[in-house]
Design a protein around this ligand. Sequence first.
Ligand SMILES: [Zn+2]
Length: 84
Amino acid sequence: MSLTNQHSVSKMICSVLGHRYKVQKHITQHIKEYKCECCGKEVAVNTNGNIVPLTDELKQIHKSVETLVQRRTSNKQKNLRMPA
Ligand SMILES: [Zn+2]
């Protein structure tokens, strides 16, 4: 069986049993990226709690959000260390 066939079998299993999503990336408390362990399908849960397909565009947005959050977190830590 070729890899392509295996992949389509996995897809078939997923369409019957449902995907087995595992958190791949934790962007914020509400935004996460998931990948199916079975067929490799990538999705994301947006701020509304909806599951949306993980497109390249969305990945780019997530990367920007992640950078913003990291910057804000490090600023917060800096502020905490400074006496008010
Ligand atoms: Zn799947």
